[in-house]
Design a protein around this ligand. Structure first.
Ligand SMILES: Cc1cc2nc3c(=O)[nH]c(=O)nc-3n(C[C@H](O)[C@H](O)[C@H](O)COP(=O)(O)OP(=O)(O)OC[C@H]3O[C@@H](n4cnc5c(N)ncnc54)[C@H](O)[C@@H]3O)c2cc1C
Length: 427
């Protein structure tokens, strides 16, 4: 794209978290922003009904201020008040010294106490709908033509279908991919050398609990360190009649997880009797959690954003990372348009550097915990005693407890959390 081409139209593929955050930053911080074309089959009412995910989003960062723009408390479905760490037959429950909670916000609208709580997508969409020149297109993108030769006016052609199979073509000056349909993946890898990030296996799913038998007074996040070089951690989040299970590590596949949950007496101990290992339909499955960043994710007129580029800042949460990435990208486009050099320097390279550094610290913390601290009975016993003892101290003196919550809440980078912890220890 030549420097003389002004940005009049931006196409954003995918109206999920990445696409909505990006649109929201652009319209709020760029007074004469270009027309924005957001493509997502879910914008169609039938599309929303067809989405299969029932699981919520764990949004770490309940502190009164949400971090995520326009998310207000009315869409929080559940809050987690305490974390219980389990190691063998020992366990300790801690709450955050700062009183923060972990929130669960939903991917799909849910009825609660006779009230319809919108999904996070609907919520942000409603907010940004009041801005002009945002076109929500309920189309599935299938293909893209790069600008070439004369007569193309430097435009990309986005080819898509609506739910009735009717074909559409929209011309734009720049395209942001928050999701990559397989054909486009091939095109980008050939044309701009796009390479996806490295991933770790993980799994998230909900299981039903027998109704009315186990209604926890409040929600707690149970963290089990199962080690063995396969699964790093299993987390259980009880809701009223379901349990969300998240696992991270090489063996975090569904069959292995079932075996762990069904046969591990320490986990069984925390579950209600007669629980049914039946997965809530469409709640999720085996995941590939990106732990590095993609390669060559920007070019002239093209920028990739979202889960397929950076995913999660280790396990600090994909929402947080996407929010951060969207902000960098919006600023880069505003300043330099869709020029490869500007996108590279102000968005991709900048973010990649931060993520690589943070991932290194995060991985080291988890590696130390999994391979060294927790497998050692003496050290883990010492840590559990320390957690218990800290409960008697004033909140500002609960250094280890704060460290654990900070890591899980993910409001700050791993480096900031670690520095605060080390400073606390040295005082
Ligand atoms: C099961 C699961 C649980 C997770 N839990 C958490 C969590 O608890 N906390 C957290 O912080 N992160 C979590 N993550 C990570 C988080 O979901 C992702 O990092 C984030 O959603 C990525 O945003 P995105 O916009 O790239 O993708 P998405 O939010 O997935 O949006 C992609 C959008 O693209 C649309 N689309 C797909 N194909 C096309 C097409 N051909 N044309 C047009 N549109 C298309 C889809 O309909 C979708 O709306 C989880 C991920 C998964 C899979």
């Amino acid at each position: 794209m030549s420097s003389s081409v002004a940005i009049e139209k931006i196409g954003i593929i995918g109206g999920g978290i990445g696409g909505l955050f990006l649109t929201s930053y652009i319209v709020q911080n760029w007074p004469d922003y270009p027309d924005i074309y957001l493509f997502d089959p879910r914008f169609d009412e039938r599309g929303e009904a067809r989405t299969s995910r029932t699981s919520g989003f764990v949004y770490q960062g309940w502190a009164g201020s949400y971090g995520i723009p326009h998310v207000d408390p009315s869409i929080v479905v559940h809050k987690i008040y305490t974390i219980t760490f389990h190691k063998g037959s020992k366990s300790v429950e801690i709450s955050d010294p700062l009183g923060r909670k972990i929130c669960i916000i939903n991917r799909n609208p849910v009825w609660m106490n006779g009230r319809l709580i919108p999904s996070i997508y609907q919520h942000i969409r409603t907010y940004i709908s009041k801005y002009e020149r945002i076109h929500f297109l309920p189309f599935r993108v299938n293909d893209i033509y790069f600008p070439h030769g004369q007569g193309s006016n430097g435009n990309f052609k986005i080819l898509c279908n609506d739910y009735d199979g009717k074909k559409h073509q929209i011309d734009v000056n720049g395209v942001v991919f928050t999701t990559l349909p397989s054909k486009i993946k091939e095109i980008l890898s050939k044309k701009i050398g796009y390479r996806p990030p490295k991933t770790w296996p993980g799994a998230v799913f909900d299981v039903y609990l027998k109704k009315e038998e186990w209604l926890p007074k409040y929600q707690t996040l149970h963290k089990f360190f199962v080690g063995g070089g396969k699964i790093h951690t299993i987390d259980l989040i009880p809701k009223r009649d379901t349990l969300t299970i998240m696992a991270l590590g090489k063996g975090a596949t569904m069959p292995v997880l079932y075996e762990h949950i069904d046969k591990n007496p320490d986990i069984q101990r925390c579950l209600p009797e007669h629980w049914r290992t039946r997965i809530v339909e469409g709640s999720a499955g085996t995941l590939n959690i990106p732990v590095t960043s993609a390669k060559n994710a920007v070019s002239d007129g093209i920028a990739c954003l979202g889960g397929h580029v950076f995913g999660a800042l280790l396990i600090n949460g994909g929402l947080y990372t996407n929010l951060w990435a969207a902000e960098f990208l919006a600023k880069a486009i505003k300043k330099r348009g869709f020029h490869k050099k500007g996108l590279e320097r102000l968005y991709f390279a900048k973010l990649k550097k931060i993520l690589c550094f943070q991932n290194l610290i995060g991985k080291t913390i988890y590696m130390l915990t999994d391979s060294f601290l927790l497998p050692s009975t003496i050290i883990s016993y010492f840590l559990f005693r320390k957690f218990v003892k800290e409960k008697e101290l004033a909140p500002e003196k609960r250094i280890l407890t704060r460290f654990a919550w900070d890591l899980l809440i993910g409001e700050e980078s791993f480096s900031q959390v670690l520095i605060r912890f080390l400073r606390g220890l040295s005082i």
